[in-house]
Design a protein around this ligand. Structure first.
Ligand SMILES: *[C@@H]1O[C@H](CO)[C@@H](O)[C@H](O)[C@H]1NC(C)=O
Ligand SMILES: *[C@@H]1O[C@H](CO)[C@@H](O)[C@H](O)[C@H]1NC(C)=O
Length: 255
């Protein structure tokens, strides 16, 4: 397809890759690492004496900014389905971590009250494009919530800076959670609608709130990538072991 302006995120990715690989950098405004980051606010509730199950690396005395290095399975942070390993933590309950040492961050998180508000920053999910061997398919999945979540993390959504707008994308499917047990949804899939409410044009915060407010059972419309090879209706002659629908590429090029 033509490299039209409509495929904005990818066109931009391409332009920024060009930009960053050229030397010297043509302009300071083209910094792919910043340009494709977004942030959100994560609220966690914990009882006194319990921990979040959140391990943080980094600090001003360490190599690297504070970020999530582990989410303990079954812990409050993991079950919130709002954090991914690798997320940067900018602030805790409004306290800016920029100048904090590693031990100070650990101590802050340990002694924080029952309500923990984290400002997190992360790389935006990559954008899938139809065309080069990939096409999109949709599927409806009905899930039941547990702890008011379906067991996946979403990122992306519409952003006031158009360059940062992405489809609402599932980045993590929590092992053992509702989505994982149902089995259809995989990381990288896009969430198009929740009980018929379309998410096109909704921000990350709006999509999160729709997810929170929908019923205990909801039907999610999911978009996923399939390789063209899997969906082509090929004549039996080129199939080895039968051409099952959705089969695991049982075909070889006919000679
Ligand atoms: C934290 O402080 C630094 C400078 O000290 C500032 O650049 C940054 O925007 C602040 N971040 C937050 C989340 O307040
Ligand atoms: C979005 O990306 C385009 C192309 O790289 C750039 O010219 C423009 O300044 C960017 N807009 C913002 C708000 O960063």
């Amino acid at each position: 397809m033509a490299a039209g302006g409509l495929l904005c995120p990818c066109a931009l990715l391409a332009s920024c890759q060009r930009c960053s690989s050229s030397s010297p950098p043509p302009s300071s405004s083209c910094s792919p690492t910043d340009e494709f980051k977004s942030s959100s606010v994560v609220e966690l509730m914990k009882k006194e004496g319990t921990t979040l199950g959140l391990t943080v690396s980094g600090g001003v005395d360490k190599d690297g900014k504070p970020r999530v290095s582990n989410l303990r399975q079954g812990g409050i942070a993991a079950r919130s389905d709002q954090l991914n390993v690798g997320d940067y933590i900018k602030s805790v309950n409004g306290i800016n971590l920029t100048k904090f040492r590693h031990d100070e961050i650990i101590s802050l998180l340990k002694n924080v009250g029952e309500r923990v508000v984290l400002e997190v920053e992360y790389e935006l999910p990559p954008v899938s494009v139809q065309g080069s061997g990939v096409m999109f398919k949709n599927v409806e999945v009905t899930l039941h919530k547990e702890g008011n979540t379906f067991g996946f993390v979403i990122r992306g959504g519409a952003h006031e800076d158009r360059n940062k707008s992405r489809p609402v994308t599932i980045t993590t499917v929590r092992p053992g959670g509702p989505a994982d047990r149902e089995g259809t949804i995989k990381p990288g899939d896009r969430l198009l609608s929740i009980d018929g409410i379309r998410l096109h044009g909704t921000s990350h915060a709006e999509a999160m709130s729709i997810l929170k407010q929908c019923g205990q059972e909801a039907t999610l419309l999911i978009e996923y990538d399939v390789s063209i090879m899997e969906v082509m209706d090929l004549p039996p002659a080129v199939c080895i072991g039968g051409c099952g629908k959705g089969g695991e590429v049982p075909l070889v090029p006919g000679q």
